[in-house]
Unconditional design. Sequence first.
Length: 288
Amino acid sequence: MSSSARPWYLSLMFLFGIASEGINCPSRCSCQYLEVNCTGQQLQEFPVDIPLDTRQLILASNNVSYLPTVELSFLADLIYLDCRKNLLGDDLDFTFTGMAKLVYLDLSFNNLTQVTFITFSHLLSLVVLKISDNPNLVAIEKDAFANNTWLRQLDVSWTGLSFLDSSTIRDLPNLRLLGLSDNLWHCSCSFLNFITWMMESNVHFPDADNFTCYTPADLRALSMPAVEAQLHISCLTQLYKQDYVFLCLIGFCIFFAGTMAAWLAGICAVTYEVHASKGEEEEEEEED
């Protein structure tokens, strides 16, 4: 197709693409139409002068340890953010405020330590979330993804997680893919609900063979179907300390109730005998 026959909107997009490459492009980054790519530039801080209409921002393979909330909130049209292989960690709460259009977020290969309800609560359009390969990530709160109802792909593999509440994942109606492999899962009775949900759900688990228990030692490296069978046997028939306390209380109550019933029955019987004997004596006296 000749340039004269090219549709006007393609020409316009081309011109805007050229313009965006030369205007307000961060130092050491490359820019094209609605995209800023700063991959592998050894950046220590979040880049400045990012065009406000940017839709795709790639900060992969740098040394960024902090994402400024204010600067990110200016990128209100951002839908794709790739921050893998950086030094992000500690508290990310309120970091993504004002980014309601974000669809894709990659925070893998960082130093995240926890995910709270606030961390991703403002990302109402989020579809893909990757937080794998964060070895210091040891806790995800129960309602951490309550607002991310559009989430379809979630990867939490290769972290320090040992437990994940089943309701955290079960209440995501659009979830289709969940990465859980190579974590430090503690397969106790409290984890049985999650394993049962996993076995019954329609969610796909990539690398499921590596979704195994780390503790206790007798379940280490076992596949989840085998673990579920063992936990069903041990957990559903096992009595805990509080169960024994409850049974003792029930036994004591039954014993006390029986003792009281027998005591009351004895009192009633004695009272009846006394009244009966008095009645017989009165009748004898009247006959005399």
